[in-house]
Design a protein around this ligand. Structure first.
Ligand code: NAG
Length: 328
């Protein structure tokens, strides 16, 4: 009897030494799991521990924010059960590399866990891990240019880009580049509508149908690597595709305010977004200028899916490093 009891006690002792769970958070954990459709097997304790750690980090940041130490707040979201290592690994599945021309980069675009914000609300899609940020960025910029040309708003197919732009060097749910996506539309002579070719967040065969095309691309332009040039482009052309460093926890859990993290890189770009505007808060003199940026991680993230990112602060997060737009 004794050895058996002792053994159990020992096991429990080890378990509680490795993972200390806060039972007062159980109800919140259950609610979070339900909200994000999460189910775990044996590793639930570990996942809860990661979630608790992230939750505490977010709360700590927000306490500091209320003391004036940060310009933005953070909030728990669907990424809450991942460690930063997992988050970075998911993002850095591909390495940034110069292409033959030495001009473009190979970008490991971010895994898209959510069905995105204000369109493509396809409940049938189970949340997959598809690095489609580059494709959302490209369709967003192309939709903007088509709107300028025709005055009509049409949602273009992200899935069409994921499935069909492999010959241009993209890799579907493993990542890609906006410029390769523009090149595809140009070569292909069209891009289908979202309605005819809906987003399913996983790789599949190319199902492009010319009769459902709603856009053309004749060329695309890379914007000089300066925030001033990016501003002129946004002002004159509309939404611009940009690549940024989105690998930090502060970005992962961004909620609102102007995002600035000294650790954000202007060279290690890993995520495609859409720069839709810019502005400033308070007095223009006290460094509160921002880029208004659309992300593709769902309305749950940031300000209804958008983020304000620090502007004119040394190309923060590389927003002007690799910006481009299509010509239609
Ligand atoms: C795209 O270009 C092709 C060839 O010029 C043309 O037939 C088609 O109508 C264009 N599509 C759109 C949506 O403008």
């Amino acid at each position: 009897m004794y050895p058996f009891v002792f053994l159990i006690a020992l096991c429990l002792g080890i378990a509680s030494a490795t993972i200390e769970l806060d039972q007062s958070l159980d109800a919140q954990w259950i609610h979070w799991k339900a909200t994000h459709g999460k189910q775990y097997g044996m590793n639930e304790g570990w996942r809860k521990a990661v979630w608790e750690k992230n939750k505490k980090m977010i709360e700590q940041h927000n306490r500091e924010q209320s003391q004036g130490k940060h310009s933005f707040t953070m909030a728990m979201n669907g990424f809450g059960d991942m460690t930063n290592e997992e988050f970075r690994h998911m993002m850095n599945g591909l390495k940034i590399e110069k292409d033959e021309k030495g001009k473009m980069f190979k970008i490991p675009f971010f895994a898209d866990i959510y069905v995105p914000v204000d369109r493509r609300q396809t409940p049938a899609v189970s949340p997959g891990r598809c690095a489609s940020g580059w494709a959302f960025s490209a369709t967003g910029a192309l939709e903007g240019q088509m709107f300028r040309k025709t005055g009509k708003r049409v949602s273009l197919s992200v899935q069409n880009l994921l499935d069909c732009s492999w010959p241009q060097g993209n890799e579907g749910c493993n990542g890609g580049l906006m410029s390769n996506a523009f090149q595809y539309v140009k070569n292909n002579g069209g891009l289908d509508t979202e309605e005819s070719y809906p987003y399913v967040a996983r790789d599949g065969p190319c199902k492009y149908r010319p009769e459902h095309s709603a856009a053309n691309v004749t060329a695309f332009e890379n914007i000089p690597q300066q925030e001033e040039a990016l501003m002129m482009a946004v002002a004159n052309m509309g939404p611009i595709s940009a690549a940024i460093d989105a690998s930090l926890d502060t970005f992962r859990f961004y909620k609102d305010g102007i995002y600035y993290d000294p650790k954000c890189s202007s060279e290690d770009l890993n995520h495609g977004v859409l720069v839709v505007g810019y502005g400033f808060q308070g007095k223009e003199s006290d460094n509160q200028k921002y880029w208004f940026v659309k992300n593709s991680w769902g309305a749950d993230w940031g300000m209804d899916g958008y983020i304000k990112m620090a502007k004119d602060r040394d190309n923060h997060c590389g927003i002007a490093t690799m910006a481009s737009f299509p010509i239609v």
